[in-house]
Design a protein around this ligand. Structure first.
Ligand SMILES: [Zn+2]
Length: 375
């Protein structure tokens, strides 16, 4: 066992050294001078305008220097804007984004790590360094994340016709709309195709108001066609917005209020008195500081295994059996710890499922309810 551990350790050290060596390479220089066929305006020949050297960074090639040739129309044709007709080397244009040195594949990789794997900037930087020997700053990671969203939006819009056809083939699409507050940073408004569960549009709006929501709905309908039904909450903004949309489109479709929002609304009225009594009891008995210190003690017991503990809590939350009880041992401690006061739980990661006091307790209940409601 000792030998095996030593071998693995050796392997890690070698790997780290190799990555460092690749990072230390002064930069391989490649030449890109393919001559383009002809000028796109006069069809005449192109000649060399200039050559210049710049850096390139892609997942496929790593970090390198490229000696690139720019071609210009021999007859000096100009675009309508007045700019000369020029062309860069195809091999460069196809892998590196305009006005920069970054490859499309690197931007996509950063975007997927951020939005699909929910990694933080520093985690993304570490992965790029360890797996691909590419070093980029955290500012660059942020820029690429935004760039990825821009391209994704453009792709989404440019494929609207295909998406629309797919929705039509399913027999239409029920328009599900909802908005979530983002702690004083405006509201995220989302329109989803109910059966496919595809998000067709999402917007950051200042406040949930009818006149802000209606243009979003119109935009979605313009791209993806009229919905076959609408599902909304009972909000003061969404209700008139959907009504106005239906009137404008001149269609006769069922407009439904979401069952879950409906129950939550009734639940608030029914449960508010006992809930505030419970809140009062908590503050009278000063139970929160005690819970906090319990959470800290449990945290110390879990120690290094915090990642496993997080997974155990999420696994427990996703269960919905009749005898839903606490798991044994360390996982049980982790679940109890996650139920503790918000500021001492398993938080600290932005855009991750939050485990706060009430959602933790209500999560499994909610799922039991969802199951019974769907039968
Ligand atoms: Zn020309």
């Amino acid at each position: 066992m000792k030998t095996l551990a030593a071998l693995r350790e050796k392997g890690h050290i070698l790997h780290e050294r190799l990555i460092q060596k690749i990072l230390d390479l002064p930069g391989v220089v490649v030449t890109a001078k393919e001559q383009p066929d002809s000028c796109e305006i006069c069809q005449g020949p192109m000649r060399v305008q200039k050559t210049f050297r710049h850096e390139g960074r892609t997942i496929a090639h790593g970090t390198f220097q490229v000696h690139e040739t720019i071609w210009v129309c021999a007859a000096k044709c100009r675009h309508r804007s007045g700019k000369l007709v020029t062309q860069r080397a195809n091999s460069v244009v196809q892998c590196i984004m305009p006005n920069g040195i970054t490859g499309y594949d690197l931007m996509v990789s950063v975007g997927c790590k951020r939005y699909l794997d929910h990694l933080q900037r520093e985690e993304i930087r570490a992965q790029l360094r360890e797996k691909h020997a590419i070093a980029i700053s955290s500012g660059e990671v942020t820029r690429l994340e935004r760039c990825f969203l821009d391209y994704l939006t453009r792709l989404h819009h440019s494929r609207a016709d295909q998406l629309k056809a797919a929705l039509h083939n399913e027999g239409g699409w029920p328009m599900h709309v909802d908005a979530t507050g983002d702690h004083g940073q405006g509201t995220l408004f989302v329109v989803m195709a109910g059966w496919k569960k595809w998000v067709l549009g999402s917007w950051k709006i200042a406040t949930e108001r009818c006149e802000l929501i209606l243009p979003c709905l119109q935009d979605v309908v313009r791209r993806f066609g009229s919905p076959c039904a609408a599902m909304r909450d009972m909000g003061r903004a969404v209700t008139p917005a959907i009504d106005a949309l239906v009137i404008q489109l001149g269609i006769d479709i069922p407009v439904l209020a979401c069952h879950q929002h409906f129950l939550a609304d009734i639940g608030k009225d029914l449960l508010e008195p006992p809930h505030s009594e419970l809140r009062g009891l908590f503050s009278r008995t000063k139970v929160r500081p005690k819970l906090r210190s319990l959470v800290r003690d449990l945290g110390r017991k879990i120690g290094e295994q915090i990642d496993q503990a997080r997974k155990a809590v999420q696994q427990w939350q996703s269960m919905a059996e009749a005898n839903h009880s606490l798991p044994a041992g360390r996982d049980g401690l982790a679940v109890v710890r996650a139920m503790g006061p918000v500021d001492a739980g398993l938080q600290g990661r932005r855009n991750r499922p939050r485990l706060s006091f009430r959602p933790t307790l209500f999560g499994p209940l909610q799922q039991v309810y969802n199951r019974t409601a769907s039968h």
